[in-house]
Design a protein around this ligand. Structure first.
Ligand code: SAM
Length: 266
């Protein structure tokens, strides 16, 4: 008997496959993050199967036990929304099954990351999924730097409270798409530059957000006038001239002092 990984809707309840519904209906056990939440989803489809709570706090302990159970009976794994394992619990269970020689079957289905990437209008040929960025520290700085330099499309799960902060840490002209409340009533896809998006969402953002970023913009050659213009943009966003000059200098390779001088002279 396999462990079956079953994606569930990220908003619109119609986004579930026939195969996913059949798998859930036939499961002996459904492992889920939150039994109440999955209970509501199952009630909507009139499915009644035993639920086991499997979440980030007990997954290490439960994974081997659930893998053994999947050897003898049908175990389905779901998360609160979207595809399990994708910034959600499940990785340890899949590993435990692989190590125990238990078959793992994965159903294709909804994921906010893939939906946002396709909706973004940004190139999809080379895409990098980063999940949630670290909130601060060196690891975050390294990833932001990578996004400035690497010509790939980056997909990030972002908390609505941190969206504007992250946008302001990108070069002003970076092409981005902010995908909010996908498949839900208030779905919004904002496409523009990081500067435009920061201004658009300056008043606050609600709901769930995926930020899609076209990387590699810091690699483009920029002339001095453009660099100064960029620094002016940072000042307009509320940064001090000295911080704006430092940021534009870092992004462009031009001297901080000369940018600062032009900024304050103007
Ligand atoms: N496993 C899920 C998936 O496959 O999409 C992601 C789970 S992760 C804990 C939750 C994050 O996914 C949210 O903070 C948000 O960034 C993103 N997300 C989930 N549903 C979304 C939606 N309907 N619209 C936009 N972003 C969404």
């Amino acid at each position: 008997m396999p462990l079956t990984v079953v994606p569930t809707p990220i908003g619109n309840l119609e986004d579930i496959t026939l195969r996913a519904l059949r798998t859930l209906r036939e499961a002996d056990t459904i492992a889920c993050e939150d039994t109440r939440r999955t209970g509501r989803l199952l009630a909507h489809y009139e499915i009644k199967r035993p639920l086991v709570s499997y979440h980030e706090h007990n997954e290490e302990r439960l994974a081997p036990e659930l893998a053994e159970r999947a050897r003898a009976e049908k175990v389905a794994l779901v998360s609160d929304a979207g595809t399990p394992l994708v910034s959600d619990p499940g990785y340890r269970l899949v590993r435990a099954c692989i190590e125990a020689g238990v078959e793992v079957e994965v159903l294709p289905g909804p994921s906010a990351a893939m939906t946002a990437l396709v909706a973004s209008g940004l190139p999809v040929d080379a895409a990098v999924f980063l999940g949630f960025l670290p909130r601060k520290g060196r690891e975050r700085a390294v990833l932001l730097d990578r996004m400035r330099r690497e010509a790939s499309t980056f997909v990030i799960y972002e908390s609505p409270h941190r969206l504007v902060k992250t946008l302001k840490e990108l070069p002003l002209e970076t092409p981005v798409a902010v995908c909010r409340e996908l498949t839900k009533l208030h779905e919004e896809v904002f496409r523009g530059t990081a500067g435009e998006a920061a201004a658009h969402f300056a008043e606050g953002v609600r709901g769930e957000v995926v930020l899609v970023i076209r990387g590699g913009t810091a690699e483009q050659p920029v002339d001095f006038e453009e660099v100064v213009e960029r620094a002016r943009g940072y000042v307009a966003q509320g940064e001090s001239p000295s911080r704006a000059a430092a940021r534009a200098a870092k992004e462009s390779g031009r001297k901080r002092g000369e940018i600062y001088e032009r900024l304050v002279k103007a």
